[in-house]
Design a protein around this ligand. Sequence first.
Ligand code: SF4
Ligand code: SF4
Length: 103
Amino acid sequence: MPNTVSCSISLPAIRNIINGIVMAYLINSKCIDCDMCVPECPNHAISVTDHRYVINPDKCTECVGFYDEPTCVRVCPIRCIKKDPKHNETREQLIAKFKALNS
Ligand code: SF4
Ligand code: SF4
């Protein structure tokens, strides 16, 4: 039995998890325009312009306040929705954003 495991999470991401920092999400260039994610976002954070799907980091709460996991990531058939390292936020900040968006 092997005594090692493989892991697809980057070291910076692991450090952020340990430090309690989470991130908004972004849609990368592999997107196939299937439109599955748009109606699923509870914050209406995903927009489409000229077949380009974009997540507004000011509205993305990682689904905090609505679901236990990011629902856009769950429904995306090709897994092209990734953490956005340019938008580090703590869980407390995401909760505050959720409250501000939904007050
Ligand atoms: S993680 Fe949640 S809030 Fe953020 S874009 Fe995806 S569905 Fe919307
Ligand atoms: S679900 Fe994934 S592939 Fe489909 S539009 Fe959204 S980001 Fe693109």
